[in-house]
Design a protein around this ligand. Structure first.
Ligand code: AMP
Ligand code: TRP
Length: 341
């Protein structure tokens, strides 16, 4: 008798962020804020710090350890509640890497070479690290090893989620029901925050110009400066039109997600006013949203409690992941045979 998928009661949510640099407003609105908002009676949330993904590019070990703590503290200060959700570090649950190998053997080089993130990161290089190539398979393992139903991410991750679904469906079809096929959960507005200096690119932690992004830990002065400098257009009318007014529309998007005001309401508020007033108000709104997160971060970042939360998270996560790994191993005939006949 083979082990079947064990039903879980609540809607199970899984997501992760890499501890590979300072997080920005795009990460907050596209991912972290969703993590917080999804905590409810109906959902069981599991949030991971994906350190094994971070080493697909070289990392300094001391700095990576610091960033793991930074990101854990940020999850909590943004509102992820360790009493309601599981918070843990990927490399402390070996089942991810183990399942990843099984999935690698059911993946194709063709589909992996089509991933745009791989293409852009390896562009112009004769040879790329194999870890960068296999990155999406490890991500699929992260999700599938928890029987996750939904994965909240920014729309830049759509391709990886689709690949996860493809791999899960392929194995279910060839080996019998093994995995829950998960769905991506994308926040409509705010799912993609663009760079302030160039609204044709997404806001990213690697861009050279620090005014292209707003860091979650930025102070009011820096926030104001970056927003006042943001690229707009010469029309000087606050109107939402991503095609012809991408800069202003990106700023309105940020405004709308943080205040929950509709685009029409924002247009009405700023009718007859220039971009200056709008930008000044937006800078205030962003500072106000980030400031409580920053103070909580400073309280928790160096507390022993943070380590206790992470250790507890590892235990809770393993309790879910190990049986799912065993199920997958059984489908492939791996592991110690039960009998010698
Ligand atoms: P990364 O920083 O690329 O590891 O992304 C961490 C999370 O933030 C992922 O869920 C991304 O989809 C999301 N994210 C990254 N950049 C942006 C952006 N500019 N706008 C919205 N979401 C983003
Ligand atoms: N690839 C994701 C990113 O760059 C991070 C990630 C790794 C992830 N594993 C995951 C996101 C599992 C959601 C679920 O943002």
């Amino acid at each position: 008798m083979s082990v079947s998928i064990e039903k879980h009661e609540k809607n199970r949510i899984f997501s992760g962020i890499q501890p590979s640099g300072e997080l920005h407003l795009g990460n907050y609105l596209g991912a972290l804020k969703q993590f917080v908002d999804l905590q409810s009676e109906e959902n069981e949330c599991i949030y991971c710090i994906v350190d094994e993904h971070a080493i697909t590019v070289p990392q300094d070990p001391k700095l990576l350890q610091k960033r793991i703590l930074d990101l854990s503290a940020l999850y909590i200060s943004a509102g992820v509640d360790p009493k309601k959700s599981i918070i843990f570090v990927q490399s402390t649950v070996p089942a991810h890497a183990e399942l990843s190998w099984i999935l690698t053997c059911s993946s194709y080089t063709g589909e992996l070479s089509r991933m745009t993130q791989f293409k852009s990161k390896s562009q112009g290089k004769e040879s790329a690290p194999a870890g960068l190539f296999c990155y999406p398979v490890l991500m699929a393992a992260d999700i599938l090893v928890y029987d996750a139903d939904e994965v909240p991410v920014g729309t830049d991750q759509t391709q990886h989620i689709e690949l996860t679904r493809d791999i899960a469906t392929r194995i279910n079809n060839t080996r019998g029901e093994t995995f829950v096929v998960p769905k991506g959960r994308y926040l409509k507005e705010g799912a993609r925050i663009m760079a302030l200096d160039d609204p044709s690119k997404k806001m990213s932690k690697s861009a050279e110009n620090i005014h292209s992004r707003i860091g979650i830990m930025d102070d009011e002065k820096k926030i104001r400066k970056s927003i006042m400098r943001a690229t707009t257009d010469s029309e000087a009318v606050v109107r939402f039109d991503p095609e012809t007014k991408p800069g202003v529309s990106n700023l309105m998007n940020i405004y709308s997600v943080l205040t929950k005001e509709s685009m029409a309401d924002i247009e009405t508020t700023y009718r007859g006013k220039g971009y200056g007033d709008f930008k000044k108000d937006l800078a205030g709104i962003v500072s106000e949203a980030l400031s409580p997160i920053q103070s909580r971060f400073n309280e928790i970042r160096h507390s022993e409690e943070l380590l206790t939360i992470l250790k507890d998270g590892t235990e809770k996560a393993s309790a879910i992941a190990v049986p799912v790994l065993r199920r997958a191993q059984e489908r492939f005939g791996l592991g110690l045979p039960k009998r010698v006949d």
